[in-house]
Design a protein around this ligand. Structure first.
Ligand SMILES: C[S@@+](CC[C@H](N)C(=O)[O-])C[C@H]1O[C@@H](n2cnc3c(N)ncnc32)[C@H](O)[C@@H]1O
Length: 236
């Protein structure tokens, strides 16, 4: 009777199979680790900057407070350039725009909204979120260092920063903002300015400032404070 048993695999082909399996595992592990690294790095990097401004999204109450204080400001002082709905669109900027929630809500209130943000994932997320919200035409998001932004074209400047940066930001805003513009600071007030109005309490508190109440000191802090010179930017 003929012998029909399979011929035994040689030691060489067994080790070839193990080698290939090892390469596949190594490739998959490398791709997963590389992907996690690429996604996590922009969220971790702020901790190593001179001024650490991490990604902490505004609460719903905070966002509501921003737009209700703007409405109150418009009602109390019609000369302020914060009123939307008639004539030219007002320009609103969020410095460190995170996932775009303030810019998108601003667009829903009639503003032309611009967000500047260092984290590229958040910039892309904001663009997609704005498209889904139907505000694509009224928003743009840029991967730009906020210290390099020229603030002179904006009617409303919104900042949810950290206390360590507010004095430097005060200097920058003072030297760049236009006379009829307003600033809305969330959670941390501008240290030496007199607020015109405030809204909310605790972590959701926001303060509205008018340029006319506060001194223009003419110092340009852009070159001094930019800890990186990322100026990549593109429109949605
Ligand atoms: C406290 S979060 C506020 C996010 C958003 N404005 C909101 O209210 O939901 C601050 C944001 O600023 C971004 N950021 C930090 N440093 C920045 C810089 N130098 N230029 C632009 N964005 C920056 C962070 O990545 C983060 O998304």
């Amino acid at each position: 009777m003929a012998d029909v048993r399979e011929p035994k695999k040689s030691g060489k082909s067994k080790s070839n199979g193990r080698w290939k399996k090892g390469l596949v595992i190594l490739g998959v592990t490398g791709a997963v680790v590389g992907g996690l690294y690429a996604v996590a790095t922009p969220f971790i990097l702020p901790a190593f900057r001179r001024i650490c401004l991490p990604y902490v999204p505004a609460t719903t109450a905070q966002v509501d407070n921003v737009f209700s204080v703007l409405k109150r400001a418009a009602a109390s002082n019609p000369t302020l350039d914060v009123v939307c709905g008639t004539g030219e669109k007002k320009m609103l900027v969020d410095l460190g725009s995170g996932d775009g929630r303030i810019v998108i809500t601003g667009a829903k209130h009639g503003y032309q909204g611009v967000g500047y943000e260092l984290n590229p994932w958040l910039v892309w997320y904001s663009r997609i979120a704005s498209r889904q919200a139907g505000t694509k035409e009224r928003t743009s998001f840029h991967r730009t260092n906020l210290w390099n932004v020229d603030l002179s074209k904006f009617d409303v400047i919104v900042i949810f920063g950290v206390s360590q940066m507010m004095a430097a930001l005060e200097t920058k805003i003072s030297s760049e903002m236009k006379p009829n513009a307003s600033v809305v600071a969330c959670r941390f007030p501008i240290p030496n300015w007199e607020p015109h109005l405030c809204e909310g309490a605790g972590v959701d508190e926001v303060w509205l400032y008018k340029a006319s109440n506060n001194p223009h000191n003419g110092t340009d802090v852009r070159t001094d404070l930019s800890s990186s010179h990322i100026q990549e930017s593109s429109k949605t």
